[in-house]
Write a protein that binds this ligand. Structure first.
Ligand code: EPU
Length: 301
């Protein structure tokens, strides 16, 4: 999607930086994705105006966070990619509360809070991505999930065209699912974290890092787990049991370390990855009678 000169000039007035014709292969952990214009927002307050402008001009858009849990279509994309304002460090702590921008790095948040003796989120170390993406999906690992610590979330509510603050108690955080509307955009979060000495947090972080390195292909291009675990089961174990590790479509391959991670071993396309996903879903259905649900978010054109 290419933005014409007229809307480009109006976006500039709103302080938005336009980057034309960007390839998303470099912006996703899978190394897959087509080309489009990118808009970098400078201030949260301008979001409602920017969104109105895009609607007026009929410019389709999506917000791209860390790019670590998405599979994006190949070729010229029909939506522009929006990026939230990025501040450094984009977080601060006050007593047991942490105030964090959605664009902040998730692992960076765990260590930032840890160094200030606030713990609980050690399991999230090594989960790549942004805080906003983690909130939307209720990211979790090693027995914890981010939703447990959320007290408030500031969101842009597309339905109302406004920025609103939601209370943690009014949001449902389930397994890799939340009650946010699909077009809500996470902007900032307030977390309440338990006090813990940094040395203890660091020890927890080391254990999680070690577990992750020994069971997941951390140095390969992936989007984490492709499927959600079915109730009471493990998608990774089921795929492994069918002997599918190393199975591939083009350069899209089932990791030989963890069968629920599909890796890009070279120049995999979105369509290779989608074929592999559908093939595995069908095989699991035939073998176990279970239809696996995607954990990875797919952006078709
Ligand atoms: N297993 C196999 N073969 C495999 C992979 C796993 O036999 O190839 C077995 C393991 O030995 C273990 C069981 O399956 O007995 C579960 O595996 P694991 O502990 O690796 O956990 P998981 O259920 O596969 C979940 C999350 C991960 C998270 C880990 C650690 C989902 C879909 N996955 O994986 O999250 O890192 O637990 O807490 O919920 C993600 O969301 O992208 C993700 C990677």
């Amino acid at each position: 999607m290419r933005i014409d000169d007229k809307p480009a000039a109006r976006l500039k007035e709103l302080g938005v930086e336009l980057r034309a014709g960007v390839s998303l292969t470099e912006q996703t952990s899978l190394g897959i994705g087509g080309t489009t214009d990118e808009l970098l927002l400078r201030r949260y307050e301008t979001i409602p105006d920017v969104m109105r402008l895009l609607a007026d001009e009929k410019i389709r858009h999506r917000f791209l966070g860390g790019g670590t849990n998405v599979l994006i279509a190949d070729g010229e994309l029909s939506s522009v990619m929006l990026h939230l304002p990025k501040a450094h460090p984009g977080m601060r702590v006050e007593g047991n509360a942490a105030f964090v921008d959605a664009s902040a790095d998730l692992g960076g948040m765990v260590t930032f809070c840890g160094k200030r003796d606030l713990g609980g989120m050690e399991g999230l170390i090594g989960v790549p991505g942004s805080v906003g993406g983690a909130l939307r999906m209720n990211a979790g690992a090693y027995g914890m999930q981010i939703g447990s610590y959320v007290r408030e979330v500031e969101v842009y509510r597309a339905a109302a065209g406004e920025i609103e603050t939601l209370r943690g108690n009014d949001i449902r955080f389930d397994y890799r699912h939340t009650s946010f509307a699909p077009d809500d955009v996470m902007l900032r979060v307030k977390l309440e974290l338990p006090s813990k000495p940094y040395q203890e947090i660091l020890a927890g972080i080391r254990v999680c890092n070690e577990k992750r390195r020994s069971s997941q292909p951390v140095n390969q291009k992936s989007a984490g787990c492709i499927f959600k675990n079915p109730a009471g089961g493990s998608a990774g174990r089921m795929i492994d049991e069918l002997g599918l590790k190393g199975h591939r479509v083009g350069d899209a391959m089932i990791s030989d370390r963890h069968a629920n991670f599909f890796v890009n071993t070279g120049h995999a396309s979105c369509s290779d990855m989608l074929k592999l996903i559908e093939d595995v879903r069908e095989r699991i259905h035939r073998a176990y009678g279970i239809v696996l649900e995607n954990e990875v978010i797919v952006w078709q054109n």
